[in-house]
Design a protein around this ligand. Structure first.
Ligand code: DQA
Length: 138
């Protein structure tokens, strides 16, 4: 089974970015742990700070992988275009967030991804990604 993780803006600086919210681990280190934990899966990972690149990546991953885990970061709350891309592709997308966005600022409660996502997992720290992978396996 092939699962592709797509991370949006500012997730390339995890570890030093607001560690009290997002933790102290870099995503690269966490991804290595995931690969170790799920040896039977083909896991891949892409990150961009650019909205259009995230859309192109969703389109390119479509039909090439079995599932997509998407943390569109702040674009979650603003991007109709990423929401449309999730709707347009046939591959199931699980929306994930490290933090519980509903327990934070009002503007983080809106998601353009959720209505078109296969499911949403948030608030479990980096473990949200692991739970999304397990959901695809199940
Ligand atoms: C985030 C939550 C977003 O509101 C925020 O803009 C992020 C990260 C999360 O994983 O908790 O960049 O998607």
């Amino acid at each position: 089974m092939k699962i592709h993780i797509i991370n949006g803006p500012n997730l390339n600086i995890l570890g030093k970015r607001e560690p009290e919210i997002y933790g102290k681990s870099t995503f690269k280190d966490y991804f290595t742990e995931l690969q170790f934990q799920f040896k039977e899966l083909e896991l891949s990972y892409f990150q961009s700070n650019i909205e259009g690149e995230l859309i192109s990546e969703l389109q390119e991953a479509d039909d090439n992988v079995d599932g997509i885990i998407l943390n569109a970061a702040a674009y979650t709350h603003t991007s109709i275009a990423i929401g449309d891309a999730v709707k347009a592709i046939g591959t199931p997308v699980i929306e994930v967030h490290i933090s519980n966005t509903h327990a934070r600022e009002e503007y983080r409660k809106q998601s353009y991804i959720s209505p078109n996502a296969f499911g949403v997992i948030l608030g479990f720290g980096l473990r949200s990604y692991e739970l999304a992978i397990r959901s695809f396996i199940d």
